[in-house]
Design a protein. Structure first.
Length: 233
């Protein structure tokens, strides 16, 4: 019977020892504050129902201690099928960095937000570090065009005189395109369309040239007024 208390004490010590071991990863290992910076936010425009798009962020350890990070993503709207190039980083030294690339697909026309978040795995004096960056994604039709002005009224014209009206043709689609131009109307006789056709350098560009998605070109349509109300299109 005297051996039982000692066996119990030994078992209790082992149990306590395991408890300390299991909790140790949650104890601070850095006496300085931890911080991280994820950059940068972006905006992208893609054609509807396309795949294999990417968004890359740089994750910088702005703290004073080594750290490593868990990476997660969230997506909304037409964004789907998100996968990350890494979900757990190796050790990142202070002022060092690593990159994470999200690959994703888009569906119907609309807007959504793709976010990548980094969360530190090593406790500092202020807890764990975290930061995120996001990509604003706009999904547009593969091909779409707009002509303006549309439905506006010109000043009164003199019958039999020649006038020039300027219209702007705007490519709103995700892809480059070429447009055939024509002139018609009621109560109006169309003359020459100048220029007669599109300049390919103006109207065709890579779909990835998001900064010039709405590049446009104007044409003059020379018309003669026949008297009364007329419509030019």
């Amino acid at each position: 019977m005297p051996a039982q208390p000692r066996a119990f004490a030994a078992l209790l010590a082992i149990t306590i020892g395991f408890g300390v071991f299991e909790r140790s990863p949650h104890q601070p290992v850095c006496t300085e504050p931890q911080s991280v910076f994820v950059q940068e936010n972006a905006s992208d425009v893609w054609g509807a129902n396309t795949t294999g798009h990417t968004y890359t962020v740089t994750v910088t350890n702005t703290g004073l201690c080594n750290d490593s990070y868990n990476f997660t993503s969230t997506a909304s709207g037409p964004i789907s099928g998100v996968s990350l190039s890494q979900t757990i980083s190796g050790t990142v030294l202070p002022q060092g960095s690593t990159t994470v690339t999200a690959t994703y697909n888009v569906g119907a026309v609309g807007t959504g937000v793709l976010q990548i978040k980094a969360r530190g795995r090593i406790l500092g004096s202020n807890g764990v570090s975290s930061d995120s960056a996001h990509d604003n994604v706009t999904v547009v039709p593969q091909y779409q065009v707009a002509v303006t002005p549309d439905g506006s009224t010109t000043p009164t014209r003199t019958s039999g005189a020649a006038y020039a009206e300027t219209f702007t043709v705007q490519n709103l689609g995700a892809n480059g395109d070429v447009f055939a131009l024509s002139c018609g109307g009621t109560g109006i006789t169309c003359g020459v369309i100048s220029p007669a056709g599109p300049d390919l350098a103006e109207l065709q560009w890579p779909a990835t040239d998001h900064g010039e998605l709405h590049r446009r070109r104007s044409w003059d349509r020379h018309v003669a007024a026949d008297g009364g109300l007329g419509q030019l299109k």
